[in-house]
Design a protein around this ligand. Structure first.
Ligand code: C2E
Ligand code: MG
Ligand code: MG
Ligand code: MG
Length: 285
């Protein structure tokens, strides 16, 4: 926590931290083995067109099936992967696997297959010198085009100082699309947003949560403002974490054309997500 707060020299070394570090080191060691040993899986959460009810795309979400601990959630091991640097090999695996899966869906589903796959990328990966080349190589190996891939980066990861602008620009120039994830929670200024080659804004779930009862005016205001911002900057507006029909309707009225959430579909194994692609539209009326 000291490193994250940027005040490393001021924090006393408590026994509790020694435990934390030991736990972190153990988890990192197991994660390293897990990556090498094929314990990672990808689930895919459909992203729906809220007007037609059809699948528009899907987001790859990593899962770790640990032999002893069982299922470990990404909320637990992604931060560990980021701190340990394991996010780089982990992220490489995710990128390749997700692209291979889209290629498989194209073969199995033809025109019904989604037009692109969304892959979460950590800032640590963007800062790897070879990242742009890696993306190009994966696309070429899997027979995809840059337009088939949407890279999701969190809003907070692209704030100034991380020196990822050039990388994002290079990906954009290549034709890869960029989505700003967890939008509304970070500190990006509007001018920063204009400076980045972004294609879509994903409103963070916390704002969607505030819509359920309609009582939280603050979060409602942010949700509405983000939709307007997207419209005026000609970006796609995507809402994540939709759990209730009322949220879906209000978000759509605000201008969110796209959305994902347990109301429509949870993250699914590839086969189940593929099966949904040919299905009738979900009920969105
Ligand atoms: P995210 O990219 O914002 O992904 C959305 C998260 O919200 C997913 O959690 C998804 O399962 C969850 N979600 C979607 N709809 C609903 C809903 O209606 N209700 C609720 N309660 N949750 C919903 P998940 O899969 O646990 O992933 C958590 C985070 O871990 C992701 O947030 C992302 O930041 C990170 N992550 C997941 N996979 C990867 C990966 O391959 N690479 C990297 N770098 N990060 C990843
Ligand atoms: Mg995401
Ligand atoms: Mg998100
Ligand atoms: Mg999130």
């Amino acid at each position: 926590a000291a490193k994250e707060s940027g005040k490393a020299s001021w924090v006393r070394f408590e026994p509790r931290m020694r435990q934390d570090m030991a736990a972190h080191a153990r988890l990192a060691g197991e994660l390293r083995n897990g990556i090498a040993g094929g314990e990672l899986r990808l689930l895919y959460q459909p992203i729906f067109d809220l007007v037609t009810g059809r699948i528009h795309g899907c987001e790859a979400l990593v899962r770790w099936q640990h032999p002893v601990r069982g299922f470990v959630s990404p909320g637990e091991f992604i931060p560990c992967a980021e701190r340990s640097g394991l996010i780089v090999p982990l992220g490489s695996w995710v990128l390749r696997e997700a692209c291979e899966q889209l290629a498989r869906w194209r073969i199995e589903r033809g025109a019904a297959a989604v037009e692109a796959v969304n892959v979460n990328v950590a800032v640590r990966q963007l800062r790897e010198p070879g990242f742009v080349d890696e993306v190009a190589a994966v696309l070429s190996d899997t027979g995809l085009t840059p337009y088939d891939l949407i890279i999701e980066v969190t809003e907070s990861s692209v704030v100034d100082g991380w020196q990822v602008t050039e990388t994002l620009q290079a990906l954009h120039d290549m034709g890869v699309r960029l989505a700003l994830d967890d939008f509304g929670t970070g500190q990006s200024s509007l001018s920063l947003l204009r400076a980045f080659p972004v294609n879509s804004l994903k409103l963070d779930k916390s704002f969607v949560d505030g819509i359920a009862d309609g009582a939280d005016r603050g979060r409602l205001a942010v949700a509405a403002a983000v939709a307007l911002l997207a419209e005026h900057l000609q970006l796609k507006a995507v809402a994540e974490g939709i759990e209730h029909q009322e949220q879906l309707e209000r978000l759509r009225d605000m201008g969110y054309r796209y959305g994902q959430g347990f109301l429509m579909a949870r993250p699914l194994p590839a086969a189940d997500c593929g099966a949904l692609m040919a299905d009738a539209p979900v009920h969105v009326a």
